[in-house]
Design a protein around this ligand. Structure first.
Ligand SMILES: [Zn+2]
Length: 129
């Protein structure tokens, strides 16, 4: 017997850093619903670690397709306070290595695939996914 988390972790190692709560398909789209594991995250400006939670919210990320099915990730992330009194940043959103980057609506894998397609097509219309 293989747990869903184990299978996803093998197929997509970037999910090892989160807890996958749910996976389902709807209208031909694979939805993955993970959340971060808690603990500390570092402020992007001063790198001071923090676990002081400001709030939580859901980030929607487009991922690369699986078996020709588009994938959407609904990742629950925390917004944390930076408790370093010398830092100008008051709060920041935790990032998940291999899954998110600041202001990104796609996973790094999806972004790389899109970049390759854009370069290959050199400005011509791309495929619809
Ligand atoms: Zn800071």
């Amino acid at each position: 017997m293989v747990r869903c988390d184990d299978l996803i972790g093998v197929l997509s190692p970037q999910f090892r850093a989160v807890l996958v709560e749910r996976v389902f398909t709807e209208c031909g789209v694979v939805h993955i619903v993970p959340r971060t594991l808690g603990g500390t995250a570092s402020c992007p400006d001063c790198e001071f670690p923090s676990s002081h939670v400001h709030s939580c919210y859901e980030r929607r990320l487009d991922d690369s397709p699986v078996s020709d099915q588009p994938v959407v990730i609904a990742l629950s992330v925390r917004r944390l306070y930076c408790d370093n009194s010398l830092c100008g940043r008051r709060a920041f959103v935790e990032q998940v290595a291999g899954l998110t980057f600041r202001y990104g609506g796609r996973t790094p894998v999806s972004r790389r695939v899109l970049a390759v397609v854009a370069v290959a097509l050199a400005g011509q219309a791309g495929p619809v996914w």
